[in-house]
Each structure stands twice: as structure tokens, then as C-alpha cells.
Design a protein around this ligand. Structure first.
Ligand code: HEM
Ligand code: HEM
Length: 189
């Protein structure tokens, strides 16, 4: 398997970035929703700190992923994809990229504005993005929550699209994002 993307399929690096970020983002969404219902205490603070550290890790991975994307071709849509499918997939991918940048940034701004510097796994502390500001912290919190719920809808749509292509259309859309050499109807290699 190639490290780099080809015109037909994603390469090992893009596939690695996709699945590592996907697992981390889905975990962060679940942990975020659970931790905000916890009673304040050492467990809650530990989970908040881990949520923030992993969230910043996602931001770092997304920056590297975008740099890699800039230097690689994007596999072309399969000839079996209809126009509405291409447009919908493109819009959802754009939103997913927006969300995985906006979530960590709004979290970082929220923490800075609350006066809590962000420590990454206790290894180092990030500079504050803004000075303490109650209104800004509230706005960043609301934005973080709104994008989180919209992201859940987008992931469900994205996941359903991938499953539809795999199970109903039986084309190679999902296979080309997997480290799997298997082929099927509609694959171009
Ligand atoms: C892709 C990255 C991230 C995802 C998917 C994510 C997801 C979430 C979710 C689903 C919630 C619960 C929302 C609610 O019901 O209020 C949440 C809350 C929170 N997140 Fe994140 N988050 C991410 C990154 C970050 C980062 C990097 C930070 C800080 C550096 C952060 C700080 C917080 C804080 C402080 C809360 C609690 C807000 C409150 O107490 O109401 N998040 N996050
Ligand atoms: C839940 C399971 C998931 C499945 C089955 C899945 C499947 C796929 C597949 C098959 C593609 C390639 C689409 C194509 O070739 O047109 C893709 C692309 C993509 N996925 Fe996922 N995905 C999942 C989760 C996620 C999550 C959680 C995120 C981010 C929050 C994400 C972000 C993306 C992005 C941004 C692309 C576009 C990649 C590019 O061309 O630059 N995916 N996904």
C-alpha cells in the first residue's frame, strides 16, 4: 500500500490520520457530554484535564493532516457517485474539517477566558489565547456545545453515507479509506 494518496485511493498516512482523529473525536464527544453532568470533585477535574489534553492533541493532528492533504491528490469521486452524493459528501467533509478545528480552538478560548491555563497531559502549558473574560468564556462555551451537537449530526450523516455505499451500492468508497486491498464493484484500481 502507498504512503501517499493516489487518484484512486487514500494512502496509509491519510488513512492513519482519518481513523486516529475519528476515534479521538468520537471519544471526546462522549466524554464531553458525560463530564458536564458530573459533580465537581477530583474525578471530574481529572476528566476535564484529559478532555482538554486530548482535544489539543486533535488540533495538532489536524494541522499535520491538513499539511499532508495539501501535498497529496484527493482521490477522485467514483464514477458511480451521483452529483447530489458528491455535493453532500463535500459539504459534510468541509463541515467535519471546520468542526475538528473549531472544537479545540473554542475549548482553548473558553478555558483561557475562564482563567484556567490549558496543560497538555501535565507535559507543558499552552499560552492563554485571551485574557480572562466572563462573557467571552460563556460565548465560547455555547459555541463549543453548538458545534458539538452539529458535529454529532454530521458524523451520523457521514457514517450513514459510508455504510450506504458499502452495503447498498456495494462500491469501493469505504474500502479506499481502509488499509485493505480488497476490491468491489465501482473500484477503479
Ligand atoms: C475535537 C475536540 C473536542 C471535542 C469533540 C469536544 C467535545 C466536547 C463536548 C461534547 C462537550 C460537552 C458540551 C456540553 O454539553 O456543554 C465539551 C465540553 C467541554 N470542553 Fe470540549 N471538546 C473538544 C476539545 C476541547 C478542548 C481542546 C478544550 C480545552 C482546551 C475543551 C474544553 C471543554 C470544556 C472546559 C468543556 C466543559 C464546558 C462546561 O463545563 O460547560 N474541549 N467538549
Ligand atoms: C464513524 C465512522 C466513519 C466512517 C465509516 C468514515 C468513512 C469515511 C470514508 C469512507 C471517507 C472517504 C470518502 C470519499 O472517498 O469520498 C471518509 C472521509 C473523511 N472523513 Fe470519515 N468516517 C468516519 C468517521 C469520521 C469522523 C468522526 C470524522 C471527523 C470528525 C471524519 C472525517 C472525515 C473527513 C474530513 C473526510 C474527508 C477526507 C479528505 O478527502 O480529505 N470521519 N470517511
Amino acid at each position: 500500500m502507498n504512503w501517499r494518496n493516489t487518484a484512486e485511493r487514500y494512502g496509509a498516512v491519510a488513512i492513519g490520520f482519518h481513523w486516529i482523529v475519528a476515534v479521538l473525536v468520537i471519544t471526546l464527544l462522549a466524554v464531553g457530554l458525560v463530564m458536564t453532568d458530573m459533580k465537581p470533585g477530583p474525578d471530574m477535574f481529572k476528566i476535564y484535564a484529559t478532555h482538554k489534553s486530548i482535544g489539543i492533541m486533535v488540533l495538532g493532528l489536524v494541522v499535520l493532516r491538513l499539511l499532508w492533504k495539501l501535498t497529496n491528490p484527493r482521490p477522485a469521486s467514483l464514477p458511480t457517485h451521483r452529483t447530489w452524493e458528491r455535493l453532500l459528501a463535500k459539504a459534510v467533509h468541509l463541515f467535519l474539517y471546520f468542526a475538528i478545528i473549531a472544537m479545540p480552538l473554542s475549548g482553548w478560548i473558553m478555558s483561557s477566558a475562564k482563567g484556567f491555563p490549558v496543560s497538555v497531559f501535565g507535559w507543558f502549558t499552552l499560552p492563554d489565547l485571551v485574557a480572562p473574560d466572563k462573557d467571552l468564556s460563556k460565548a465560547a462555551n455555547e459555541f463549543h456545545e453548538l458545534i458539538a451537537y452539529t458535529l454529532i449530526v454530521a458524523i451520523v450523516l457521514h457514517f450513514s453515507g459510508a455504510l450506504k455505499h458499502h452495503l447498498i451500492d456495494k462500491d469501493g468508497t469505504l474500502r479506499r479509506m481502509l488499509p485493505c486491498p480488497c476490491r468491489g464493484k465501482g473500484d477503479r484500481e
